[in-house]
Write a protein that binds this ligand. Structure first.
Ligand code: NAD
Length: 291
């Protein structure tokens, strides 16, 4: 297929590379930050609109809701270039509510829209083992399935209404934030009590408390490797979506709110662009002890 890929950051770069490796033609928009490797592998076009003109399927992997809005409908956006029969797939993690509006507007151009955010992080993107949570019409899902299979493993059509994928992703981010908090709290506790945190992590990995987050993020907390990965500022964006949606629904998310406050404490220390495992800093400050 002819695929346009817009948003070539930590996640987008390996995802677009897998599509290319699967035999698709991949068009990307010019951007100063493009690596030479990407320039050599893909077809670089002047802007997003030119990419939409060249492609059958346009994939977005952008940071936040306003970025998706700008690329779709902004002054240099793709909307005027869209034509009947094209498929737009937004794989960014953004607002479920705004997603419905974006899908309607793209639908008025005769195009299908899928929201298809992912989980699995940079490692999952590189290994093409992402979990992909999709909202949108079944027929569009079937059309996109070979592309999803080139980038991921656990692929679920969560619902046929747009926004269903994004809602699922918000739920995912609640679990991830609270698990990072639990792992960080446990390691700070064990270390302050005099146990070797590396041994504690190793022991817990054999029992009921095991998780990929204990494995990956626990290791980062112990080795102090906080290069992103997934930036704290992006996880804050996702928890804001959770807290705003909860407010709209008239319900409480007490531990999501406290995890968000711990991320805010990290941001106050200048850590917004560290990996989200750096949440451990906030708990270390409260305990007056470093893991
Ligand atoms: P990133 O900041 O590394 O990459 C975003 C890319 O989009 C950058 O290269 C930026 O230059 C580009 N971009 C921004 N505005 C643009 C525009 N107008 N036109 C073209 N390109 C533009 O972010 P990321 O970590 O790759 O995350 C992307 C999305 O995936 C986010 O919504 C994030 O929440 C989600 N996500 C990230 C991870 C992770 O572990 N990093 C995991 C799952 C989901």
């Amino acid at each position: 297929m002819k695929i346009g890929f817009i948003g070539l950051g930590i996640m987008g770069r390996p995802m677009a590379s897998h599509l290319k490796a699967a035999g698709h033609e991949v068009f990307i928009p010019e951007r100063a930050s493009l690596t030479q490797e990407l320039r050599d592998a893909m077809t670089v076009l002047p802007d997003a609109a030119a990419v939409a003109e060249a492609a059958e399927v346009v994939i977005l992997m952008l940071p936040d809701t306003p970025d998706v809005q700008a690329v779709l409908f902004g002054p240099k956006g793709i909307e005027p270039a869209l034509r009947k029969g094209q498929l737009v797939i937004d794989m960014s993690s953004i607002s479920p509510t705004e997603t419905k509006g974006f899908a309607e507007r793209v639908g008025r151009k005769g195009c299908d829209y899928l929201d298809a955010p992912v989980s699995g992080g940079e490692v999952g993107a590189k290994q093409a083992s992402l979990t992909i949570m999709v909202g949108g019409p079944e027929a569009a899902f079937q059309r996109a399935l070979p592309l999803f299979q080139a980038m991921g493993k656990n692929i679920t059509l969560v619902g046929e209404s747009n926004g269903a994928g994004q809602t699922c992703k918000v739920a995912n981010q609640i679990v991830v934030a609270l698990t990072i908090e639990a792992v960080a709290e446990a390691l700070v506790f064990a270390s302050k009590a005099g146990a070797d945190p590396a041994k504690v992590r190793q022991a817990l990995m054999g029992g009921l408390a095991t998780s990929r987050i204990l494995e990956l993020h626990g290791e980062r907390m112990i080795k102090r490797t906080f290069d992103p990965g997934f930036r704290i500022r992006l996880h804050q964006k996702d928890l804001n979506l959770a807290l705003q949606s909860a407010k709209d629904l008239g319900m409480a998310l007490p531990h999501t709110a406290s995890a968000q406050q711990l991320f805010s404490a990290c941001v106050a220390e200048g850590h917004a662009d560290l990996d989200h495992s750096a949440m451990v800093h906030a708990l270390e400050n409260l305990a007056a002890h470093k893991v």
